[in-house]
Design a binder for this molecule. Structure first.
Ligand code: ATP
Length: 378
């Protein structure tokens, strides 16, 4: 068994409602309880900055800086996948670029993707509760985050695809039907778009295989999800990537006038949707009850965490905001057992500490009150 990836220390300055904060953790799970608005989610958000991207709220960085301050920092000591590592990150408004700076053991990192060599961070927050009933873009983003956590290059491909698509849309909107220029952009979109689509399919395939292995067992407190992609080149199985690229490039070429009239590109990976069904009930997720939808989402996140653990040899850090709120006592206990069995460290929040009783000695307990965090006896 390899060592457990976990956070040992976390220090914040001018982060949301925290002027300054320093916490130590002993490697067990971390429970944060306290009243609404105390700063529990803010703490989780700080931990989410130990992964590439804009964190669990996808907030603009200037919102993250404490009101009245000019910069925030998050510093963490992590027992990482390779070794112990000191991670420092933050944003300073007095610098000309508003990008997030990152230092690993004091040395500036070239790209935030380097973080994924040390730890993977997954989260589930109440804002994701409407995932199945909301718009396709949220589900696409959710799926892309799943892909990204195993394949950091996915983000670059998506950004490059967007750029090429914007270029094509601009040419079309200006009525410049220059065939050589358009074909160049469309070939680029085809290469990137098909790579993105295949990466998404691969992730769904891996998750499905994993869920098939555990579905229906007695230790199954959460429903199994059946996953599919739709909305763009739905049948890719067995078709060589180059052929798919040719197909998509031809679709784009044919659709130039239609896209020009629509003012956007009507076909592509940016139109795909993640379809989720409750397997045991054989029902679309959006038609399931609120509690069932939450349970499906929890099941998906746990399956994904297991996949990361299997593929990298290390469980991801899990950030579970208000996870226990809508679960009955038995489901809660089963959830904690599943989380613990992953072998990693999970951060969990709730307004009421008693909801975490079943975790017992497996967690450290902290009370959050007005941006002050105190450890309590178990
Ligand atoms: N940039 C900022 N500067 C100062 N305070 C901020 C900033 N951003 C958010 N806050 C404050 O942080 C508090 C919210 O904290 P947080 O979302 O962590 O609460 P919580 O403990 O998770 O509450 P709940 O149980 O309601 O989810 C709010 O009072 C909010 O006004």
């Amino acid at each position: 068994m390899t060592h457990k990836v976990h956070l040992k220390r976390l220090s914040l300055t001018d982060f949301r409602n925290y002027a300054s904060l320093a916490l130590r953790f002993d490697g067990r799970h971390v429970v944060l309880s306290g009243e609404n608005g105390a700063g529990k989610t803010n703490l989780m958000e700080a931990v989410s900055f130990l992964s590439p991207g804009r964190g669990l709220r996808r907030a603009a960085y200037d919102e993250v800086i404490r009101n009245g301050a000019r910069a925030f920092t998050v510093f963490a000591e992590v027992v990482g996948m390779e070794d112990e590592i000191a991670i420092g990150t933050g944003v300073d408004l007095s610098e000309e670029s508003l990008s997030r700076k990152l230092r690993l053991n004091g040395t500036p990192a070239k790209s935030a993707d380097e973080l994924t060599d040390h730890l993977r961070v997954l989260w589930l927050t109440p804002s994701m509760d409407g995932l199945f009933t909301g718009g396709a873009s949220d589900r696409r983003r959710f799926l892309d985050r799943l892909v990204l956590s195993l394949d950091p290059a996915h983000g670059r491909r998506a950004a490059d695809f967007e750029r090429a698509m914007r270029g094509r849309n601009k040419l079309l909107s200006e009525g410049r039907f220059d065939p050589a220029w358009l074909s160049g952009l469309e070939r680029q979109m085809a290469g990137l778009g098909i790579a993105m689509t295949l990466a998404r399919h691969e992730m769904l395939g891996l998750l499905t295989t994993l869920m098939d292995r555990t579905a229906g067992g007695d230790a199954q407190p959460f429903p199994t999800a059946t996953l599919a992609l739709s909305g763009f080149l739905d049948e890719t199985r067995g078709v060589p990537a180059l052929e798919l690229e040719d197909r998509y490039a031809a679709m784009l070429e044919e659709g130039r006038h239609r896209d020009a009239a629509a003012g956007r590109t009507l076909e592509g990976p940016h139109r795909a949707d993640l379809l989720v069904r409750h397997r045991e009930k054989d029902m679309e997720a959006e038609r399931c009850s609120t509690g069932e939808q939450k349970a499906l989402l929890v099941g998906l996140i746990l399956a994904h965490a297991r996949l990361i653990a299997d593929m990298t040899g290390h469980a991801p850090l899990l950030l579970l905001d208000e996870i226990a709120a809508h679960l009955d006592v038995n489901r809660r206990a089963a959830l904690f057992d599943r989380i613990h069995a992953l072998g990693g460290q999970a951060f969990m929040t709730g307004t009421d500490r008693s909801m975490f009783a079943a975790l017992g000695e497996r967690a450290q307990y902290f009370t959050v009150r007005d941006a002050a965090v105190t450890e309590e006896a178990p």
